[in-house]
Design a protein around this ligand. Structure first.
Ligand SMILES: C[S@@+](CC[C@H](N)C(=O)[O-])C[C@H]1O[C@@H](n2cnc3c(N)ncnc32)[C@H](O)[C@@H]1O
Length: 286
């Protein structure tokens, strides 16, 4: 079956069905990992990994280390920073951070999937008392059927708390009003000299047609300043026009520091690019 048809079929299932099928599919491999003792103690069984491609233990650790390297190089992550991981998932970044951050640092992560938060609390937070994971039961048509809305969610943290705020592959799975609200909240909880790092699928007038119509990973559903992959599952994947993103940041008194283009929309993969999605670094306006 073509990838695109598989994705549409996958998105047509409820989040509960998707979780169940994934667990069942990976049962034999997870069983084998268990008896051979191959899995790192913080890495979830493959059937639990609902974020990205379910990887084996080594690969999962590698992906997290890669994310850590990006945070070090692009926002100068320090060992004693106070950090917020928006959409912390099932701990991919947190595992790497648990080896990097020291005891005077604080890590906070929140997510709309309880299973991921429960896993992180029972494994990572149990060993690192400066790591906190919070479940927030917000609606997301890919992940959670709750009726609570992310577009009016107030982050459960005080103003000016964090040196660094980041989100990997989260604003690619949220609706535009929700992202706008998260920008507002990032401004509130980020310290005045803090930095934020988020990944997106960004496009411009030049490549809009290409990302709308290319085979496979495309965004055919047009809206004003953004495009969706699937009209029914709005959080399936969203791409945002660069100009729209800049306006959204500015509306919340945030300013762009830099954009690092990812290779997701390369016609021919540019191997000098570090990351699949586009990275946006931003800060509070002075
Ligand atoms: C592709 S996963 C990435 C997870 C993690 N950042 C990582 O790199 O492994 C996207 C995550 O965003 C979370 N998410 C979706 N909507 C959210 C929201 N409104 N607030 C916080 N997290 C959200 C999902 O539950 C999921 O864990």
């Amino acid at each position: 079956m073509k990838k695109k048809h598989f994705r549409n079929l996958w998105y047509s299932l409820s989040s509960k069905q998707r979780f169940f099928i994934r667990k069942l599919y990976f049962l034999p491999l997870d069983f084998s990992d268990k008896i051979t003792g191959k899995r790192h103690k913080y890495v979830p069984p493959r059937g639990y990994i609902y974020t990205g491609t379910p990887a084996n233990s080594n690969h999962y650790i590698k992906q997290g280390n890669h994310q850590l390297e990006l945070l070090k190089t692009e926002i100068n992550l320090q060992k004693n920073d106070s950090v917020l991981d928006i959409g912390s998932g099932i701990g991919r970044t947190a595992i790497a951070l648990s080896y990097y951050l020291n005891a005077s640092a604080t890590y906070n992560g929140f997510d709309v999937v309880k299973q991921g938060i429960d896993w992180c609390n029972s494994k990572i937070a149990k060993d690192f008392t400066n790591f906190y994971f919070t479940y927030v039961p917000l609606f997301n048509d890919l992940y959670n059927n709750s009726s609570l809305k992310a577009e009016s969610f107030v982050f459960p943290y005080k103003d000016n708390t964090f040196d660094k705020i980041f989100s990997f592959s989260v604003f690619t799975h949220m609706q535009i009003e929700e992202i706008q609200n998260y920008f507002k909240e990032i401004n509130r909880v980020l310290k005045n000299d803090g930095l934020a790092f988020s990944t997106f699928f960004l496009y411009n007038d030049k490549n809009e047609d290409y990302i709308a119509n290319r085979n496979g990973f495309n965004f055919p559903v047009k809206h004003n300043g953004f495009r969706l992959m699937n009209s029914k599952v709005k959080s399936g994947n969203i791409a945002i026009h660069k100009d729209k993103l800049l306006k959204m940041l500015s509306q919340e008194n945030l300013e762009l520091v830099k954009i690092i283009d990812g290779f997701w929309n390369d016609k021919l993969r540019d191997f000098s690019k570090k990351e699949y999605q586009d990275i946006v670094v931003f800060k509070k306006k002075n």
